[in-house]
Design a protein. Structure first.
Length: 216
């Protein structure tokens, strides 16, 4: 281990994103206990999202998974993208509905990205692309700021919150492409549906949603 990394681990010990326990030697990304305790989805647990051929997620959005997502998005846990993206890439490999040409993501509004310092969906998409060997490109923009979806209330309010908020970037090469659309969590599916509509409006042939977790 490099001296610099040893010092960082001493000052800021790495913790499991799900349970918060300090990782022991040999544990990478998460603790040895959590893989056995997390709420994994099954192959038949697909979520129906308008505009998506399928919506895939390795985990249910509850308990430690919910805490892990919050640490990733709001607790400065940028490094968790490596593990989360790895689990998503495995889910895509195991349950994907067929050939894909491109991975893209549901982007943050520029103001929100500046506040957070990173776009959590973009980091996940780039990790999935790295592991799957698929090209990754930003093809969408969030044209207007919206309230945080988790604070928007019921499904109808969530749909209203993001209606018309996303559009394809000028020059995005999407004609005939089969696109994997990445986001962190699927709850109502409203964000994925809006993004899928924008992608298909720009010529995408098919869209598969891929999120780290999904709500029941």
């Amino acid at each position: 281990m490099r001296a610099g990394q040893w010092l960082l681990d001493l000052l800021y010990p790495r913790k499991c994103p799900f349970c918060g326990r300090v990782l022991e030697r040999g544990e990478t990304g998460w603790c040895a206990r959590c893989p056995e305790e997390l709420p994994w989805t099954e192959p038949g647990d697909g979520k129906t999202v308008e505009g998506c051929d399928a919506c895939l997620s390795p985990l249910w959005y509850r308990d430690g998974v919910r805490k892990g997502v919050r640490r990733y998005k709001f607790g400065g846990g940028k490094s968790h993208a490596a593990l989360f993206g790895q689990l998503m890439a495995q889910c895509l490999q195991d349950r994907g509905t067929g050939r894909a040409d491109l991975i893209t993501w549901a982007p943050l509004h520029p103001q929100r990205k500046r506040e957070r310092g990173y776009d959590q969906a973009e980091l996940l998409a780039r990790r999935v692309g790295e592991l799957s060997g698929l090209p990754v490109a930003g093809t969408l923009e969030k044209a207007r700021a919206t309230a945080v979806q988790s604070q928007a209330g019921e499904d109808g309010a969530r749909r209203d919150n993001v209606r018309g908020a996303y559009r394809a970037l000028p020059g995005a090469e999407l004609a005939g492409k089969r696109v994997v659309l990445v986001d962190d969590v699927a709850t109502s599916g409203a964000t994925l549906a809006e993004c899928a509509a924008a992608l298909q409006g720009a010529g995408a042939a098919a869209v598969t949603g891929l999120t780290f977790a999904r709500a029941r």
